[in-house]
Design a protein around this ligand. Structure first.
Ligand code: MOS
Length: 697
């Protein structure tokens, strides 16, 4: 592998399987999460959730709740402190009588203990004026429209050539439809915040993927200066996108703190999450692939219909990966949305790519069947010279290497046959993966101390990924010092501002500024004469990142997923026996934490394939599955042997480390690989996730 740009000094830290620095704190229970800050006089809040899907609050009777021992206050839209109008309507809590969706917060009980608050919430009587509602997504819904843009600023529609006619005239055609249900992030730590006003200052501990934006949002809502607010997120038990921007818990905790004058903790109950912190919107896919007898694609058409909330447009960009993957001269990718009375959808790990690549990669498998071609060879035959939609060259791609090397390691055979073992049918499947490389502006400082140690500071967030550790590795190599001489401080708005842990962009963005600050510090130390002053020597960096639109390159990570499944012909149960992921994701900064990210994503893809899915119940207007009993995420017994590997790749067109992003690509394509394996095993194509026994039987 070529030397990284930190050349000229020892660079042994980056890439090493360094253990995460907060590991001991976490496993010994010393790590403090947002709800665990036991401030003197702390009170606890419990929300009251709307039982109608649409309408107005006619009245709130809090008398019985207030009469309970320990209950301090009941906030409603009538007495809650006023907020400025938020950009995100999800944060417009207790400001008027409107109920936009079932499960929305209509009151908040504050009490001495969580138990008293919860009892109080059960005693609050809310009367509603209910209105007719609609939560059912249909492709032929009369309100369906075509948005200008899908999420991420992507154009809603792209069309090149004459896809409809060329498809109709193609020698081999696949015209197929898939459905991905609503999905929920369900991080291990439900959303929680502790807020405290100290004079004119607001101090907040919150479970968030990025507190820089939390602080800016609170400042705007409460009409405060940003520097009068401190927000920390030292430890976060996952988010998967549902903590990417502030959620109602942090606003409610601050409202309650202001109203009562006490520190207030609000820890949402897991059953509240599906209705208030976002979900992956369901997607209906129509995919048409036209090809010649040689397997070369003539046309790719991917049409996506999804739901959005009536109060905020959110369009899952599921047709976007079809703009990146395969060469075809005639192409259509389009998004359509149906506004419904549903909770506002939001980001969930690999938004767009996860459902979009399930559909595209399943359709590629169907096309391989039609052609009688090996699915790997079909993909190789359609490898583009440049990004099909933009015509830009790829900064690096290596998808074919991932397919070939993955096939080798997995033991993929071109003439594979399904096998039968008693009641089990066993088959194998493959699918490709892609995720865009995103990088944002970041700042950092690096300080050299007289004792020979270094401290790197920036408001990065470690959501359980190992960010602290990886940033120390980047710093150590840029400084040319051993890893154990470098400390990292992250997770507070008191540190230099940095973007969120989202879009698989964290390490690329933060690492760039850490690299910059450390490179400057190293240069300053090189010319420094004599001992360091007690405060040491400090250097800063302010890195801009490079917006995608400005890069002459199409920048994406790629990968290939392989699955072996066994399907029980008696019960319809599908068991995944083996999963293998092979990635081209730029320079891998930490072999241990990267593997965790990859296999974590693959495990989430396994859940998406087999068990995860929510139902919007038309009778109540809400998700039927609201806890981990009904919404089954993979447990240990569901997760087989998982392998994650990567090829040596260093992308020179992203950042000084040569890294891409690794947080999301593991989920992309995994569900398709498993679905394709189920088809191989059974000979039957199932096109609706998840592949639960009732569907497969
Ligand atoms: Mo990820 S869905 O960008 O946190």
């Amino acid at each position: 592998m070529a030397a990284p740009t930190v050349a000229a000094r020892a660079h042994t830290a980056v890439g090493a399987p360094a253990e995460r620095r907060e590991g001991r704190e976490k496993v010994t229970g010393r790590a403090r999460y947002a709800a665990e800050h036991e401030l003197p006089g702390r009170a606890h809040a419990w929300p009251v959730t709307a039982t109608i899907a649409r309408g107005r609050v006619r009245s709130v009777d809090a008398a019985a709740a207030l009469a309970l021992p320990g209950v301090l206050a009941v906030l409603t839209h009538e007495n809650a402190p006023r907020l400025a109008e938020p950009d995100d309507p999800m944060l417009r809590v207790l400001q008027d009588d409107r109920v936009p969706s079932r499960g929305a917060f209509v009151a908040l009980v504050v009490a001495e203990t969580p138990e008293a608050a919860r009892s109080g919430a059960e005693e609050v009587r809310v009367a509603y004026d209910a209105e007719a509602y609609d939560v059912t997504l249909r492709a032929d819904h009369p309100d369906r429209y075509e948005p200008e843009q899908a999420n991420g600023g992507h154009p809603g529609r792209r069309e090149q050539g004459d896809p409809e006619n060329v498809f109709a005239e193609s020698t081999v055609r696949v015209d197929t439809a898939y459905r991905v249900p609503p999905l929920h992030n369900h991080p291990m730590e439900p959303h929680a915040s502790t807020a405290h006003f100290e004079g004119d200052r607001l101090l907040v501990h919150t479970s968030s993927q990025g507190t820089t934006v939390v602080r800016a949002t609170l400042a705007a809502l409460f009409g405060m200066a940003e520097d009068a607010i401190t927000v920390t997120a030292r430890h976060v038990g996952g988010g998967f996108g549902s903590k990417g921007t502030p959620r109602p818990d942090v606003v409610l905790a601050a409202l309650a703190a202001r109203h009562t004058g006490r520190p207030v903790t609000l820890a949402l109950h897991r059953r509240m999450l599906p209705s208030v912190v976002g979900h992956r919107a369901p997607t209906l896919h129509r995919v048409r692939l036209g090809a010649g007898a040689d397997g070369r694609l003539t046309s790719v058409l991917h049409e996506v219909t999804t739901h959005t909330s009536r109060i905020r447009e959110f369009v899952e960009q599921a047709a976007v990966p079809a703009r990146v993957m395969y060469a075809a001269p005639h192409r259509l990718t389009v998004h359509r949305a149906v506004p419904l009375d549903v909770p506002i959808p939001s980001w969930m790990r690999a938004p767009g790519e996860a459902p979009g690549m399930y559909a595209l990669e399943s359709a590629m498998d169907e096309l391989a069947d039609e052609l009688g071609m090996d699915p790997i060879e079909l993909r190789v035959a359609n490898e583009p010279d440049a990004e099909p939609d933009s015509g830009k060259p790829f900064s690096s791609r290596h998808l074919v290497d991932c397919l070939r090397e993955g096939a080798h390691r997995f033991g993929w055979s071109r003439d594979r046959d399904r096998t039968r073992e008693g009641p089990w049918l066993v088959g194998q499947g493959v699918a490709a993966a892609t995720y865009p490389v995103l990088v944002g502006p970041s700042t950092a400082s690096a300080q050299a101390l007289p004792d020979g140690t270094f401290t790197v500071r920036l408001n990065a967030t470690d959501i359980g990924t190992g960010a602290r550790t990886v940033l120390a590795q980047v710093a150590a190599d840029a400084l040319g010092v051993p890893l154990d001489r470098v400390r990292t401080e992250v997770g507070s708005t008191e540190l230099p501002p940095a973007p969120l842990a989202g879009g698989s962009s964290g390490s690329s963005s933060w690492g760039w500024s850490v690299h910059g600050a450390c490179t400057r510090l190293a240069a300053a130390l090189a010319v420094h004469a004599g001992p360091l002053p007690p405060e040491g020597l400090t250097a800063h960096a302010d890195t801009t990142g490079r917006a995608d639109a400005e890069s002459p390159y199409a920048r994406h990570a790629f990968g290939a997923h392989f699955a072996e499944v066994a399907v029980d012909t008696v019960t319809g149960e599908t068991r995944v026996r083996r999963l293998l992921g092979m990635y081209a994701a730029g320079r891998i900064l930490n072999a241990r934490t990267a593997r965790s990210q990859f296999i974590g994503g693959m495990t989430m893809g396994l859940g998406m394939a087999l068990t995860e899915g929510s139902t919007l119940d038309p009778a109540f207007g809400d998700f039927a599955e609201c806890d981990l009993a009904m919404y089954h995420v993979p447990a240990h017994a569901d997760v087989p042997d998982i392998e994650a590997h990567w090829i040596d790749e260093e992308d020179p067109h992203v950042n000084p480390m040569g890294s891409k992003g690794i947080g999301e690509i593991g989920i992309v394509g995994t569900a398709a690989a498993i679905g394709n394996a189920v088809h191989h095993a059974t000979g039957v194509r199932f096109r609706e996730l998840p592949l639960t026994p009732d569907r497969v039987w």
